[in-house]
Design a protein around this ligand. Structure first.
Ligand code: DGL
Length: 297
């Protein structure tokens, strides 16, 4: 059975995988009555080591599918998508709210740093674009920025290994050049990384970690409020069901969703969407209750 989404007025959010759930969680704190449709492009995760043109193609394809289906706003809950595709999608959709996470992350870090020295943990691709350094310098040109690529993090998080010895070893290795540079503030430049926050704080307890999702969600709330000034965006309405869709394995995704966002996972219907050549098909196969229960056991 294939279902269509209830997309009218929805907030479309996407990432390569479960990282975007950190942004969904934060959006629902800022805009509790949002109807969120989240796409995890797990058919292509990880994005971080792929050629940048390929990531841009995926990000544009998902954004276009969300907008064509009636989404009022698109949030690129993915740093590398933001770095490679945000400006093109904003340009081609002037009527829509289209937001990325890098500008908000840069703003948060510049206002938090006391030493004028910032670190960025991100995927290889995001580091290659230099977008964080460019954004920080567009706000304050004398802030020092040290960007470090963390290729082991996304596979560790997607497989649920956030508290393991490998996670701590990788965190220590990636934070080392940043700590040596004297940074007091570190941007989590990949939406997967908030799931490693405890581990990162243990390794670097004196550092302020910035999750760009917080400012992105507030920007979204302000943009929606400016557009729908008559609607109350502040009241929590837990009866609204959002949709979480994967282009990958639905059973695996169902288990990840209940593990990573246990406090809100029952608010969402789950389903499998798919790519047809270069186009994302945004009707979806829902998971049955029995399949969902089996996945979380
Ligand atoms: N979570 C994504 C980001 O913020 C990408 C992770 C990946 O698939 O490499 O960049």
């Amino acid at each position: 059975m294939t279902l269509a989404f209830e997309m009218k007025g929805a907030i479309g959010v996407f990432d390569s995988g479960v990282g975007g759930l950190t942004v969904v969680r934060t959006i629902l704190q800022a805009v509790p009555n949002a109807n969120v449709v989240f796409v995890a492009d797990q058919a292509h995760v990880p994005y971080g080591g792929r050629p940048l043109y390929e990531v841009a193609k995926f990000a544009q394809g998902i954004s276009e599918a969300l907008i064509a289906s009636g989404a009022a706003a698109v949030v690129m809950a993915c740093n590398i998508s933001t770095a490679t595709a945000l400006s093109a999608v904003v340009r081609s959709n002037p009527e829509h709210i289209v937001l990325g996470v890098i500008g908000p992350g840069a703003r948060g870090a510049v206002s938090a740093t006391k030493t004028g020295n910032i670190g960025v943990l991100a995927t290889e691709g995001t580091v290659r674009t230099g977008e964080y350094t460019r954004c920080v310098h567009s706000i304050s040109s004398d802030v020092k920025v040290t960007e470090v690529a963390c290729p082991l993090f996304v596979p560790l998080i997607e497989s649920g290994e956030t508290g393991t010895r490998q996670a701590f070893t990788a965190a220590a290795e990636y934070l080392d050049p940043i700590l040596k540079s004297g940074a007091d503030t570190v941007i989590l430049g990949c939406t997967h990384y908030p799931f490693l926050l405890e581990c990162l704080q243990t390794v670097a307890p004196s550092v302020t970690f910035i999750d760009p999702a917080c400012i992105t969600a507030l920007d979204l709330r302000d943009r929606l409020a400016a557009r729908n000034s008559h609607e109350d965006l502040s009241t929590s309405n837990m009866t609204i069901m959002g949709n979480l869709v994967t282009t990958g394995d639905l059973q695996v995704f169902a288990a990840q969703v209940s593990r990573f966002i246990p406090e809100i996972h029952s608010r969402f219907k789950l389903g499998r969407g798919g790519w047809m050549h270069d186009k994302l098909v945004l009707s979806y196969d829902p998971i049955s209750t029995a399949e969902r229960q089996a996945a979380v056991r």
